[in-house]
Design a protein around this ligand. Sequence first.
Ligand SMILES: Nc1ncnc2c1ncn2[C@@H]1O[C@H](COP(=O)(O)OP(=O)(O)OP(=O)(O)O)[C@@H](O)[C@H]1O
Length: 267
Amino acid sequence: MIDFRGLTKTFPKDGRALTALDDVTFSVQPGDFVALLGPSGSGKSTLLEHLNGLQIPTSGRGMVLGVEPALANRAELIALRRRIGFVFQRFHLVGSRSVLENVCTGALGRLRGPRLGLVTYPRRVREQALDCLERVGLADRAFQRADTLSGGEQQRVAIARALLQRPRLLLADEPVASLDPESAAQVMTLLKGLARTERLTVICSLHQVDLALSWAERVVGLRSGRVVLDERTAGLTREEMMAFYSDDAADLGRPDSSGHDSPGVPS
Ligand SMILES: Nc1ncnc2c1ncn2[C@@H]1O[C@H](COP(=O)(O)OP(=O)(O)OP(=O)(O)O)[C@@H](O)[C@H]1O
């Protein structure tokens, strides 16, 4: 499903190279539910962006769903992105549009031309969108304005929109960071349930150790762009996870002898 070998990404910064990902090697099997943990700036978003070809590595190789994004042509990249759902911290819904229309936008990748208004979507797409809303428990809100829903509900709408793509891989970039604990638990429960029932592979970046331990099957920990932890959650204690965030853990991984700036400021 995913196989990254020695992936490194640098960004130019003040005339030097800032290493956002440093020799990252990891693979993910179909159906895995992986939590990506790490301090602010440790490279979580950059790693997720490499998974759908939004970023291309500076060196190393990465295969995603049988495609190497760095070598893919435009058509192959578009086809790859259609098979990958992406959920963001800030939902990215159009607040003035109905919940159902927001979900319908998940089909734009396979429709020709722009759409504005629910009736401009084919009936089949509207029915599929309603079905996706049912799967996230919000079918009764279909015709409400999206901005009248709570944050947790809006995130569930965003997940329904991603489901309409019929993805094989769902990437979630801090999907519960702006939610209260109860809504966060609901969203994580939903993601976990979908991973099981839809046989979806989920990679979810998180800041909360407890959420990762409760919902993920595996934790990949990043620090300064390096993978310093990769374990099944069943074999991990909360203390071990917290130690990953503590100052003592700052020395984990290889020392940076590259002369590059290292990001990764504990938040
Ligand atoms: N497009 C870019 N151009 C330049 N630098 C970037 C770019 N994207 C990320 N970076 C830098 O790469 C490093 C890793 O950033 P990234 O957003 O991946 O971290 P993160 O772990 O997701 O952080 P957070 O938890 O705060 O979202 C940071 O130092 C960031 O400033």
